[in-house]
Design a protein around this ligand. Structure first.
Ligand code: ADP
Ligand code: NI
Length: 216
């Protein structure tokens, strides 16, 4: 779909995300959008819902808006209404955006629609592998977190509030999130892609510790 609605949405998102942190900028959205389309080629699903949800899913990430979790929904709804997208389609898109987040997975719907499964997989795939590593270090730097501290251990039992507030190290974020993602993929297509990206992160961690400990 590269129709009028998609093009208008792309322009809207690009403009809104001007100056965003590099891990959550237009290029993240573009990758998630393209990846969603590729997964949908194999898995099916309603492409209009998938593309619009992928494009709008980070329009107002709560991390950058004082934790406000309703803002993205409001901005997306207002925008889609303004460009006269039909009400049923809007409802589906808002449902995906509302439920996509990793930190809200405890409140996830029981039988997620295929469109949510696909966009969530694409978003999670962009959080792992080489790009995932780069995004995570960029975000850690943005927050002025430490890259690594040998005495600060990962916190695996964090609830949502603790997770959001966490100022742990960037390496710990691998154990708290990134390495968990491969087992959280919904679709078979994403599971296959995730497995390769997961192995790449394990390799990266091995090398990181080796160099940290000056093992030659
Ligand atoms: P979601 O937005 O899907 O709920 P997160 O809040 O974990 O997920 O953030 C998405 C991405 O932001 C992560 O995949 C990671 O790259 C980066 N990120 C989030 N929290 C941290 C952190 N504490 N340290 C480093 N990177 C982080
Ligand atoms: Ni995202």
């Amino acid at each position: 779909m590269k129709n009028h609605i998609t093009l208008t949405t792309i322009n809207f998102v690009k403009e809104k995300l001007e100056g965003a942190e590099a891990g959550h900028d237009w290029f993240h959205i573009e990758r998630v959008w393209k990846l969603s389309k590729k997964i949908a080629e194999k898995e099916g699903g309603n492409l209009e819902v998938i593309e619009l949800s992928a494009l709008l899913h980070d329009i107002a990430d709560p991390k950058f808006h004082n934790g406000d979790e309703t803002l993205a929904l409001k901005i997306s709804k207002d925008f889609l209404e303004e460009i006269h997208v039909n009400a049923e389609l809007i409802e589906h898109v808002l449902f995906v955006i509302k439920n996509i987040s990793f930190k809200n997975r405890a409140e996830a719907p029981e039988n997620p629609p295929l469109e949510l499964q696909i966009v969530q997989d694409a978003d999670r795939l962009d959080a792992i592998g080489a790009i995932g590593i780069a995004r995570t270090f960029n975000f850690g730097g943005f927050k002025n977190n430490l890259m690594y501290h040998p005495e600060i251990k990962p916190n695996l039992g964090m609830n949502k509030e603790e997770y959001k507030k966490s100022n742990g190290t960037t390496i710990n974020h691998f154990y708290e999130k990134l390495l968990l993602l491969k087992d959280l993929m919904n679709t078979e297509t994403a599971k296959r892609i995730a497995s390769e990206r997961h192995n790449f992160m394990l390799q990266f961690l091995d090398e990181f510790y080796k160099e940290w400990n000056v093992e030659l």
